[in-house]
Design a protein around this ligand. Structure first.
Ligand code: HEC
Ligand code: HEC
Length: 465
């Protein structure tokens, strides 16, 4: 009792002290506060920045001399707390609003088309039919493959629904780190739904009941039916539960700590699945269709769920990324939150795109490579045979391991000479190392880009007081 009493007094006392403790009452003090935090970045305590500003709330001099000027730093600090270590669980999805508010608003039918965030009933019943018996490993996997021909599914396919089973190369999904996916595409007039079930990872022989369902709704029309100028994305996750092998329930995963933005900074992510994980020609066609459809959405917005401007400047100016990644550009910016959180998570999308996918920046990597491959090899081969070869090497995905496998196979079938094979393999290795170097330049310069951005235009007005 005595201890609690003492703590209460101490808390009261410090609160009072804070109220009088605003250090940001003049333009000069405000500017030097911002500049000194910027200069120390990234070695700053974002919570301290937030507190220093918040304890000025209500102070008239602060409002007049610093309130607007400090906003960029203040808001950036707020996002960095979410995207740093030990961020708050309530903001686990890394959106501007806490998870529960973000998720609730998606279902507000005065703002968004009805049913947009729902998993369609038909899909659950199809799932159920495919999953009678034990929901585990190899047998389960087989079932998904054979079920592609079921009558019920065909009826849905006639409405434009599609589905793809593939193996991700980058993202192990909770809780068992499986990379296997079953991705459904459910098209609609006002919105398309992309619904992704994590499947048990047969390659690791896991007997696991996977639970995760990742969900993106791509909103194309407003509630009143007018077409949106920019498609808007809505993210969420579901979990699924089974009862005696039957899918018994799907629940919203409101407490998720997965930050969609940390891997989806530009919205939909084209698929580049693990080599040979897409199992048939039909499925390869679906893969192409998916990637084309995602591309066709053009630039995608966050439906107010996230303010990209608060996450820092568009990085990678010196290495050419801002030609395409930035405000008003075709793709969302590479920001500090995105780059930094990738390291915390241990799944670095940028490094991956530049040294494994070999898809970024596009002109330096696969586009150029595919062209040179086409020119070089065409010389010695019958055109139709080469076209087929070329397609099998490069179709559907950009990954270099696929190129390499294709080139080795072409060589083994005497389609490429040893000299050609060696020159292609050398070319691939050079691209990988060029990608790594570019990434390192980007990474090394990023903090300075943020510092400059924070200090850019820091002028709280003519210093009068
Ligand atoms: C660790 C990185 C990462 C995180 C975090 C992440 N995703 Fe993804 N997501 C990807 C990648 C990469 C793909 C493309 C497929 C692949 O290669 O795995 C993808 C694909 C998807 C797809 C299929 C459609 C598409 O864009 O390709 C959906 C749906 C999806 N994610 C939803 C979500 C939701 C919802 C969240 C947040 C709760 C989320 N993702 C968080 C990396 C991530
Ligand atoms: C010519 C335009 C262009 C340039 C230049 C470019 N990108 Fe991209 N970037 C894209 C497009 C289009 C996508 C989506 C397609 C894809 O993922 O391949 C993308 C996707 C990405 C992604 C995946 C996240 C996302 O937005 O979906 C990363 C990471 C990325 N780029 C990094 C970079 C980096 C780093 C650079 C500079 C070294 C760069 N890009 C330069 C056009 C470009």
């Amino acid at each position: 009792m005595v201890r609690n009493g003492l703590i209460a007094v101490a808390v009261l006392f410090t609160q009072q002290a804070f109220a009088q403790d605003c250090q940001l009452t003049t333009k000069t003090s405000c500017e030097s506060f911002i500049n000194s935090k910027a200069d120390s970045f990234p070695n700053v305590n974002f919570r301290d920045i937030r507190e220093d500003v918040e304890q000025c709330n209500g102070n008239a001099q602060f409002e007049a001399n610093c309130g607007t000027c400090v906003q960029k730093l203040y808001r950036f600090a707020g996002e960095q707390i979410k995207y740093g270590r030990g961020g708050s669980r309530a903001y686990g999805m890394g959106m501007t609003k806490p998870n529960n508010q973000y998720l609730a608003e998606q279902e507000d039918t005065t703002r968004y088309p009805a049913g947009m965030m729902k998993i369609p009933e038909e899909l659950i019943s199809i799932e159920n039919e495919s999953m009678t018996g034990t929901v585990t490993s190899a047998a389960y996997w087989e079932m998904f493959r054979t079920d592609f021909v079921s009558e019920k599914w065909q009826a849905l396919e006639a409405k434009g629904w599609k589905r793809l089973v593939y193996y991700s190369r980058t993202v192990p999904n909770p809780p068992f780190s499986s990379m296997r996916r079953l991705l459904f595409f459910v098209p609609g007039d006002s919105y398309d739904r992309w619904i992704q079930f994590t499947l048990p990872d047969v390659t690791r022989n896991r007997e696991a009941n996977e639970q995760l369902v990742d969900f993106i709704a791509v909103q194309k029309k407003a509630v009143d039916g007018t077409r949106l100028a920019e498609t808007q994305l809505h993210f969420r996750q579901y979990t699924r539960r089974y009862n005696a092998g039957i899918l018994s329930q799907i629940d919203l995963r409101s407490g998720t700590g997965d930050k969609c933005y940390s891997c989806h900074p530009g919205g939909m992510r084209p698929l580049s699945p693990e080599v040979a994980s897409v199992m048939s020609t039909d499925q390869l066609n679906v893969l192409d269709f998916f990637n084309e459809t995602m591309k066709s959405y053009g630039k995608q917005g966050w439906a107010g769920g996230l303010n990209v401007e608060d996450h820092g400047p568009a990085l990678g100016k010196d290495v050419g990324c801002t030609r395409c990644h930035g405000k008003g550009k075709e793709r969302g910016p590479i920001t500090w939150s995105f780059l930094n959180y990738a390291k915390i998570m241990g799944i670095n999308s940028t490094l991956h795109k530049m040294t494994q996918d070999l898809s970024m920046p596009p002109d330096m990597t696969t586009v150029a490579f595919k062209e040179s491959l086409r020119k070089l090899s065409h010389q010695n081969l019958p055109a139709d045979e080469w076209e087929q070869m070329f397609k099998s090497i490069t179709s559907s995905s950009n990954q270099y391991s696929r190129f390499e496998a294709g080139i080795l196979e072409a060589h083994s079938r005497n389609l490429l000479s040893t000299a050609q094979k060696d020159s292609f393999i050398k070319h691939i290795k050079e691209m990988v190392s060029a990608g790594r170097k570019t990434y390192e330049v980007l990474d090394a310069g990023a903090a300075k880009e943020v510092r400059d951005w924070l200090k850019d235009d820091v002028s709280c007005g003519p210093a009068g007081n």
